[in-house]
Ligand binder design. Structure first.
Ligand code: MG
Ligand code: MG
Length: 275
């Protein structure tokens, strides 16, 4: 895995503090988009709400125009896994919606995703979202306690497979990534156990950790719009994502207002503000 991978961009503390500023804007924009998600709203409505927060903050979108992507967020509904394009689709009661967005401030990128169920909640969808979110936090905690990038996927995989009840699938077609002066950078961050331990975790490393889980099989396909990824069995899917920094005193979740403190506490990890 170390061979043929582009060089990892290790950030200074000042650069990571700039990424934190971008992450805070992104967090507010996602708050607004999630709050606007309701039956009867279109996915394009949510894109406008998100874009307005970025504009007010003087931030720009790293999604808009990315390889021609036409919006500031990805809205992936039900069997859509990731990369759904906002448009005229009207959200229906009981839809499970993943909203993935990003922000650039002063040249530094942030990337984060949340899932929301609109209207009536199917307990199995809620379980899917809860387990995916918890899997993300287990992966983030592994950045604080682990030695190699591979420890993140191991932690996600171990957690998901330990959850009692009907098994959920971890997608393998899409992975997390390094982030910094660009949105998608080295290294890849698999959400599952592999034979590769990957690069060492060390200060200056910033990663987007983004497990994608499904209620059925993990096989996916891309729709004719060349973007929207769906499960081939039509079963529902879910994504949660945060951008996280490793510095010499600990880790800090860049796209969470509290640095991840509340969600990491039960996992025995105390995030430390970037010095
Ligand atoms: Mg994302
Ligand atoms: Mg990402």
């Amino acid at each position: 895995m170390a061979f043929g991978q582009p060089r990892i961009e290790y950030k200074t503390n000042a650069q990571m503090r700039s990424m934190h500023e971008a992450g805070l804007v992104l967090s507010r924009a996602l708050d607004a988009a999630v709050a606007a998600a309701a039956p009867g709203r279109t996915t394009k409505d949510l894109d406008a709400v998100f874009a307005a927060v970025l504009k007010d903050a003087g931030a720009t979108s790293n999604f808009l125009g990315y390889h021609g992507f036409p919006a500031t967020i990805c809205t992936s509904v039900n069997e859509e896994v990731v990369h759904g394009i906002p448009g005229g689709r009207v959200l229906q009661d009981g839809d499970i919606l993943s909203i993935d967005g990003g922000a650039i401030l002063n040249g530094w990128h942030s990337d984060s995703a949340r899932t929301v169920i609109v209207g009536t909640v199917d307990p199995e969808d809620q379980r899917l979202s809860d387990v995916t979110e918890a899997a993300m936090w287990h992966g983030i905690a592994a950045l604080a306690t682990g030695k190699f990038i591979g420890d993140i996927g191991n932690a996600v995989d171990d957690y998901v497979t330990s959850v009692p009840g009907k098994a959920l699938g971890i997608l393998e077609d899409y992975v997390g990534h390094g982030i910094g002066s660009e949105m998608h950078m080295a290294p890849d961050v698999p959400n599952y156990r592999t034979n590769h331990r990957g690069p060492k975790i060390r200060p200056g490393l910033c990663l987007a950790i983004e497990p994608m889980l499904v209620r059925g099989g993990i096989e996916t396909a891309v729709l004719e719009d060349d973007w929207t990824v769906v499960t081939t069995d039509g079963k529902r899917s879910c994504q949660w994502e945060h951008s996280v920094a490793v510095h010499d005193k600990g880790i800090w979740v860049l796209s969470a207002p509290d640095g991840g403190a509340a969600k990491l506490a039960p996992l025995g990890v105390v995030p430390v503000p970037i010095p």
